[in-house]
Write a protein that binds this ligand. Structure first.
Ligand code: TRP
Length: 335
């Protein structure tokens, strides 16, 4: 493989639901262009999904396949990058266990997302060791492949910071055996929810899925939150922070149309229906080719599985090599 000379990038996604526009402009929008510059390993973090959803795992594997179909539909290319499934590379668990031996529990308790999630997701039982160790497994995920860079959103910066500290501590004891990863911050702004909330998120039900039909999209856009003070079309409205215009900026390539709508919106000379109809059209034009590729991928489930099994086999070759080195460094190697 010629790609072995390029720096390595590793990133993962939990298969906890269908992918939405937030994933498209956030994670995937960032992952796709990296493929040409780096040796990219992208994976389904199925064990991580268990950390918060262990009570019902019935949809996990189908989300995994469907998510990867969406990756390919969005422009990720199995010819350029390695796609794999975390649990098909069980070495991740071994490395996580070894890391756990040197990491003080308070380091994990101090990760801001730990208490935040416990407070925000009251309907879930987040008292497990697995949930506490979430960032440790994430450290194993990236250190396994000597990743130089890890593309993540700003919500993951604390995890990456911890990963770097864990790697340094492990390296102190064990002969600098692991590579310290750097975050590669997503350049895209976070997409607000349809309800104007801070972000699109499955648990808030304010999303447009990549699997939504054109009609679903139209209906969702028509119900979207706008400027709530503007009760009639002839009242001047606010464009800034208005999710309908944030979406226009993100997805409508016709800048003239967007500028014209903004001008008329501010002047109270356009109705919501026109602004939203044009947004739905722009979104559907953006999503149509993705929908087409998505159904082409899902029409060949055996091919999709082959991509993931073959990718996982390749990932495992690298993982075995790393673990050989690690077992040597820890001096637990019997022969
Ligand atoms: N924690 C990440 C998220 O929720 C998913 C993830 C797991 C990940 N392991 C990773 C991301 C390793 C980057 C690298 O988005």
């Amino acid at each position: 493989m010629t790609s072995s000379r390029k720096a390595r990038v590793v990133s993962g996604m939990r298969p906890t639901g269908r992918l939405h526009l937030g994933h498209l402009v956030g994670a995937l929008g960032n992952w796709v262009p990296l493929q040409d510059q780096y040796d990219c390993f992208y994976f389904v973090a199925d064990w991580h999904a268990l950390s918060s959803d262990f009570a019902d795992t019935s949809a996990l594997t189908s989300y995994a396949y469907e998510n990867v179909a969406d990756w390919i539909a969005a422009g990720l290319d199995p010819e350029k990058s390695t796609f794999f499934i975390q649990s098909l590379v069980p070495e991740h668990a071994e490395l996580c266990l070894l890391l756990s031996m040197v990491v003080p529990v308070p380091w994990l308790e101090r990760v801001p997302t730990y208490k935040e999630q416990q407070e925000n997701l009251k309907d879930k039982d987040l008292s497990s060791i697995g949930f506490l160790a979430y960032p440790l497994l994430q450290t194993a995920d990236v250190a396994m492949y000597d990743a130089s860079f890890v593309p993540v959103g700003d919500d993951q910066v604390a995890h990456l910071e911890l990963a770097r500290e864990v790697v340094r501590r492990f390296n102190n004891f064990f002969n600098d055996v692991l590579v310290e990863p750097q975050p590669l911050l997503t350049t895209f702004a976070r997409l607000p929810g349809l309800d104007g909330g801070k972000k699109m998120s499955k648990s808030l039900g304010n999303t447009i899925h990549l699997s939504d039909t054109a009609d679903d999209v139209r209906k969702k856009v028509m119900r979207m939150y706008t400027d709530s003070k503007r009760v009639r079309a002839d009242i001047p409205g606010t464009v800034e922070g208005n999710p309908v215009f944030t979406y226009h900026d993100a997805f409508n390539p016709n800048k003239e149309e967007v500028d014209d709508l903004k001008t008329r919106y501010r002047a109270g000379r356009v109705g919501d229906v026109e602004v939203k109809t044009k947004l739905a059209q722009a979104l559907n034009a953006h999503l149509d080719p993705i929908r087409e590729r998505r159904s082409a991928v899902l029409a060949r489930p055996d091919r999709l599985k082959e991509i993931l099994f073959e990718g996982s086999r390749c990932a495992r070759v690298v993982a075995e090599e790393t673990m050989g080195r690690v077992r040597e460094a820890v001096k637990i190697r019997y022969r």
